[in-house]
Design a protein around this ligand. Structure first.
Ligand SMILES: NC(=O)c1ccc[n+]([C@@H]2O[C@H](COP(=O)([O-])OP(=O)(O)OC[C@H]3O[C@@H](n4cnc5c(N)ncnc54)[C@H](OP(=O)(O)O)[C@@H]3O)[C@@H](O)[C@H]2O)c1
Length: 289
């Protein structure tokens, strides 16, 4: 067998092993990465880092040795997070910027300022999002429009800004935080939210296809989290298969580090639920959603 083919097959097998380990035992997988300090000298940019999943991811990436470029509107929280992480991990750099992602031109300015400051960005995580959607036809167009804009149009602007940077670096990993609610059209208050997250997942898949076609070494990862208890669902009753923020963010960072194309997280039960949601009749999906 030609050397090149053997090398390719070995790489593919190693990549598959890494992804399976990260999916089945995310905490153990991350322990190994922490020992190796895989993030040393690398920078990850996270939007929506002032609470929940974004804040949790910042903590884990810091533990892995990454420098952090974090943004959100609540800068008091970012300042606190920076102070905490810098005292715990003095070998990394943490910088923050105020960013309202509904100000599209500010997204480009903030991302470009971060790249100027850090020199290079290894990962950009499009995470900022809102969950405030309402049943269609009940007079809540403004609420639904806002959700569609923040979760999709603002995410599109973040993908544009990140990909411009990655194209000029000829490297990088774009990560989008979609949702299990993107698997099918969902009823009631989930309709616009799910549609915005499905649009985001299709956008990411299109960018991934573009990278394949152009043979550029830029990775695109789409993460579909199940229910994770954060501020976005503070007042919700117990949710199906819900996990706490630490369990959820461990699963998310493990999938990102394993450079998945797509992952439902935590892998169990959501990869199975995802397959079921795609195949079952809509009236049954309604009952489990
Ligand atoms: N928790 C879940 O069960 C779950 C499941 C699937 C997907 N997700 C997705 O995960 C992402 C993070 O959500 P979360 O659960 O961590 O909720 P969260 O605790 O409410 O965090 C949302 C983050 O987004 C930021 N954000 C919201 N609007 C923004 C704006 N206009 N400009 C800039 N930042 C903005 C918030 O920061 P500021 O308010 O400080 O600006 C905050 O940091 C969202 O995209 C969400 O849809 C969550």
């Amino acid at each position: 067998m030609p050397q090149k083919l053997i090398k390719k097959l070995t790489q593919t097998a190693n990549h598959g092993r890494k992804q399976a380990f990260g999916a089945v035992m995310p905490a153990r997988y991350l322990e190994g990465l922490e020992k190796e300090q895989v993030g040393l000298g690398k920078t990850v940019l996270i939007t929506g880092a002032s609470s929940g999943i974004g804040e949790g991811m910042a903590r884990i990436f810091a533990k892995l040795g990454y420098n952090l470029a974090i943004c959100a509107r609540r800068t008091d929280r970012l300042e606190q997070l920076k102070a905490e992480l810098m005292s715990r991990y003095p070998n990394i750099r943490v910088e923050f910027q105020a960013l309202d992602v509904s100000d599209y031109s500010a997204i480009f300015q903030v991302f470009n300022a971060f790249v100027k400051d850090f020199g290079k960005l290894e990962k950009v995580i499009v995470n900022a999002g809102i969950g405030d959607s309402r049943q269609i036809g009940k007079g809540r167009f403004e609420t639904n429009r806002k959700t569609a804009e923040i979760n999709f149009i603002a995410a599109l602007a973040q993908c544009e800004a990140a990909m411009q940077i990655f194209r000029s670096q000829n490297s990088g990993q774009l990560v989008v935080i979609s949702s299990m609610s993107a698997m099918r059209g969902l009823p009631k208050h989930m309709t616009t939210y799910g549609a915005s997250k499905a649009a985001l997942a299709y956008l990411a898949e299109g960018i991934r296809a573009d990278m394949l076609l152009s043979n550029l070494p830029i990775k695109v990862s789409t993460i579909y989290p199940g229910y994770i208890r954060t501020e976005i669902n503070t007042n919700a009753k117990p949710l199906p298969f819900e996990v706490d923020a630490e369990t959820g963010t461990n699963a998310i960072v493990a999938a990102i580090e394993a450079e998945v194309d797509e992952a439902c997280v935590p892998s169990l039960p959501w990869s199975i639920v995802g397959q079921a949601m795609k195949r079952l009749p809509l009236n049954i999906v309604n009952k489990i959603s």
